[in-house]
Design a protein around this ligand. Structure first.
Ligand SMILES: [Zn+2]
Length: 419
């Protein structure tokens, strides 16, 4: 069998197997949550009401069901781009119009991004204005949503086009080790983004005000000092502008680190609970989880760029995925897009490993928080957050293994109680 046919067969097989697996997992999750809908689990009978438990079940089921629809649609779109010739047609028509060269390459990337974004829009709209709305989470008006979209597009073009142009140029001009250069540029770009995100990008979408509540401020400052942690500032973000979901996070690097609390979080938690949630986040820092994640990202992208460097010179890579390469000119944008489309099809089956690592980190951060603050506060804070986000307390165990970056509440609270 020619290499291109082998690739087509492997791609189709992985796509179908992945789809079947995802459908099986989702139906398991729906059945499991529905089956446990009528009773609050024994360990939460004192703390969670039946109404809250049932709301979480309803929300989880509706979202998972909608996920099935997105899954089927996403697979159809992926096939449309690849084996059914969508990317090929876009590429040829742009080449006919712009000729072969960097401009055409860039137009292909931009055209692909625009079409993909447009195709996903109805799903985002439905998710926000039907599902989130129905469960009382959406706080966005259609106007705000549209403004957000416009801002993201301008921002995406302003940031995305130059970096895409630079990488495409390197692919064509930097010789056979272009992928090493491109990797360096990509990593530098990611670090720069981490650096400018909190101060330049996030404020385009939300307002950040210094934390004013003196009692929380005093507690949080004392906690950070106790943990040997310096941050440039404590901020409150108007998360309630868009959603009722609550959160807290760290951003930035070194001394420029800042702590951001959603106003929705401060409204729901007691000062002790805020402390405990922050201590959990500090735990991620103490255990160097962020650093490990960035190092992992560096290593994976290096492997990815090296693979792309090799694949982009193999004619079977293009033909096998439904695209006719230009035999007398550059195919860099094609290679890049095909690679981005095909890789997730093959890597889905290692997602349980990634999820496992992430859940391990969450347990470690919880353990740190229990050492530094009150385990009781962390437990009640987590329960409040699970309840506020309508996260189910009874997920399907196999579904958890594949998708959950955070362990289910039962496991987290059981570990905390044991500690
Ligand atoms: Zn965490």
């Amino acid at each position: 069998m020619p290499a291109s046919e082998t690739l087509t067969l492997a791609f189709a097989t992985f796509l179908v197997a992945g789809l079947a697996m995802k459908f099986w997992l989702a139906t398991r999750q729906i059945r499991h949550v529905a089956g446990h809908r009528d009773a609050v689990p024994a360990m939460f009978q004192q703390t969670v009401s039946l109404a809250a438990h049932q709301k979480a079940a309803g929300y989880t089921i509706v979202k998972t069901r909608f996920g099935l629809l997105e899954l089927a649609f996403g697979a159809a779109v992926l096939l449309g781009w690849t084996l059914l010739g969508g990317l090929d047609a876009l590429n040829l028509s742009l080449r006919g119009w712009l000729g072969a060269g960097l401009i055409q390459q860039l137009a292909l990337v931009a055209g692909f991004a625009l079409i993909s974004g447009a195709v996903e829009l109805p799903f985002t709209l439905y998710q926000t204005f039907v599902i989130e709305e129905r469960f009382g989470f959406n706080k966005m008006s259609l106007k705000l949503w549209t403004i957000d979209l416009a801002k993201s597009m301008v921002l995406g073009a302003a940031i995305g086009l130059p970096i895409a142009a630079l990488i495409l140029w390197l692919m064509g001009a930097a010789g056979s080790f272009w992928w090493l250069w491109a990797w360096g540029v990509w990593m530098g770009f990611n670090l720069l983004l981490l650096l400018v995100y909190p101060t330049f990008i996030a404020p385009l979408f939300n307002k950040f005000k210094p934390l004013e509540d003196e009692s929380i401020k005093a507690r949080v400052t004392a906690l950070m000092k106790r943990c040997g942690f310096a941050a440039k500032g404590l901020f409150v973000m108007d998360g309630s502008k868009r959603s009722a979901h609550a959160n807290a996070y760290f951003t930035g690097f070194g001394a420029a680190k800042r702590v951001v609390f959603y106003d929705t979080l401060l409204a729901k938690l007691s000062p002790g609970e805020v402390d405990a949630v922050l201590a959990h986040e500090l735990g991620h820092f103490k255990h160097k989880h962020i650093l490990k994640r960035i190092a992992g990202l560096f290593a994976l992208s290096l492997a990815g760029f090296a693979l792309l460097g090799w694949l982009s010179h193999q004619a079977w890579f293009y033909f096998g995925l439904g695209v006719r390469p230009n035999l007398n000119g550059p195919n860099d944008a094609l290679a890049l897009l095909l690679f981005l489309l095909a890789v997730p099809v093959f890597t889905f089956f290692i997602s349980p490993l990634m999820a496992l690592l992430s859940r391990k980190h969450e347990f470690e951060a919880d353990a740190y928080a229990v050492q530094q603050t009150s385990g009781q506060d962390l437990s009640t804070a987590l329960l409040k957050l699970y309840e506020d986000n309508a996260a189910t307390l009874t997920p399907d165990p196999v579904y958890v293994k594949f998708y959950y970056s955070h362990p289910p509440a039962t496991e987290r609270l059981a570990r905390m109680a044991a500690a």
